[in-house]
Design a binder for this molecule. Structure first.
Ligand code: THU
Length: 138
C-alpha cells in the first residue's frame, strides 16, 4: 500500500529532474496507478516557451504509453529551483483536463506543502462541472 507520504517523496525525487531554465520553478509529480505502479514526471521547458510541459502531464503520458489508464492518486511538489517547498503547487488547468481524460472525480491529489505537511484534494473538487468523453455521449 502506497501512502500519501511515500507518493510525495517520489514526487520530490522527480522534481530533481526538472528542466526549467526559463522559469526557475521546478515541479515533480508521482502518479499512482490502481495496480500499484508509480510514474514520475518533471516539468520540461523549451526556449520557444509554448512547447514546455508540466510535470503532471509527463507522468500521465509516460503511464498511458505503458498501457496504464487506471489511476488512484497523484502527488505534486513545486517551488523555486533549489529551494525547499514553501506551499502547495496545484495542477494547471491543462493538466487537470488531461487527468480528467483518464480519471473520475475520485482521483486523490496530494499537494505537498512546507515541511512534512500536505493538502488532500480530489479531482472532482478541483474540477467541478468538467468536460469529458461522457458529455459527448449525450
Ligand atoms: N508547472 C508544472 O510542471 N506543474 C504545475 O502544476 C504548475 C506549473 C511548470 C510549468 C513551468 O515549467 C513552470 O512550472 C512554471 O510555470
Amino acid at each position: 500500500m502506497m501512502t500519501p507520504e511515500e507518493l510525495i517523496r517520489l514526487a520530490k525525487e522527480a522534481r530533481s529532474r526538472a528542466y526549467m531554465p526559463y522559469s526557475g520553478f521546478s515541479v515533480g509529480a508521482a502518479l499512482l496507478c490502481r495496480n500499484g505502479k508509480v510514474y514520475q514526471g518533471c516539468n520540461i521547458e523549451n526556449a520557444a516557451y509554448g512547447p514546455s510541459v508540466c510535470a503532471e502531464r509527463v507522468a500521465v503520458f509516460k503511464a498511458v504509453y505503458d498501457g496504464e489508464r487506471a489511476f488512484e492518486a497523484i502527488a505534486v511538489v513545486g517551488g523555486r529551483a533549489g529551494a525547499a517547498v514553501t506551499g502547495p503547487c496545484p495542477p494547471c488547468g491543462v493538466c487537470r483536463q488531461v487527468l480528467r481524460e483518464f480519471c473520475g472525480p475520485d482521483l486523490m491529489i496530494y499537494l505537498a506543502g512546507e515541511d512534512d505537511r500536505y493538502e488532500v484534494h480530489t479531482l472532482g473538487e478541483l474540477m467541478p462541472l468538467s468536460f469529458s468523453n461522457a458529455n459527448m455521449d449525450l
